[in-house]
Design a protein around this ligand. Structure first.
Ligand code: FES
Ligand code: FES
Length: 211
């Protein structure tokens, strides 16, 4: 047997050994976690006010507001990015306040007024923030855009109402619409395309028009 035969044999030995080890480590896991019977879902009638319309749904109580909007009401303008409260793509307005709809259950919003991007404006009658995003090219792929727009609308309302942020110089004085304020307040809305500077321009435009 020459040296190349010996090397080939030891290589095969390692491969066979690894395969055997993989079998030993995976089989017990499958045995350890047999399929558990799932409890039947608890269903509940939920009345939501979405974009000015009363909507009645029969939902599994574990349904998030995001899934209720997208899967049950076919309002797919609201996007699912991370589904973990980290990207802001699912931002909607509830009674005028922005929330991550992936982090809240639909049953918690009975009677609340929910506004999604579809309810903010229409193609023939855009909300000023929607028009400003188009004017300033505040998007590229557009996936984060519905959440960005809902958030931007709420941010200007927050600043106008005098709610301070981490970037505010004072907790008691009304904050100004500045880049620092807008950047801080929009920091929960991630844009993979990096349209941030154009989004800020759009927001500044709307704020100036309102002043
Ligand atoms: Fe809700 Fe990302 S999908 S925060
Ligand atoms: Fe593409 Fe924001 S426009 S992720």
């Amino acid at each position: 047997m020459d040296i190349s035969d010996e090397l080939e044999m030891s290589r095969r030995g390692i491969l066979v050994g690894s395969a055997a080890l993989a079998t030993l480590t995976t089989v017990p896991q499958a045995v350890a976690s047999p399929a558990m019977p799932q409890p039947a879902p608890t269903m509940m009638k939920v009345a939501l006010q979405v974009n000015g319309k009363q909507r009645e749904l029969e939902l599994d109580t574990r349904t998030t507001l995001l899934d209720a909007l997208r899967e049950h009401l076919q309002l797919t303008g609201t996007k699912k990015g991370c589904d973990h409260g980290q990207c802001g793509a699912c931002t909607v307005l509830v009674d005028g306040v922005r929330i991550n709809s992936c982090l809240t259950l639909a049953v918690m919003h009975v009677g609340d007024k929910v506004t999604t991007i579809e309810g903010l404006g229409t193609p023939g009658d855009l909300h000023p923030m929607q028009a400003a995003f188009i004017k300033h090219d505040g998007y590229q792929c557009g996936y984060c855009t519905p959440g960005q727009i809902c958030s931007a609308v709420a941010v200007l309302d927050e600043i106008r109402s005098g709610i301070p942020s981490h970037a505010s110089a004072s907790l008691t004085e009304r904050p100004k619409v500045s880049n620092a304020e807008m950047r801080e307040r929009m920091s929960g809305n991630i844009c993979r395309c990096g349209a941030y500077s154009n989004i800020l321009e759009a927001m500044a435009d709307v704020a100036e028009a309102r002043a």
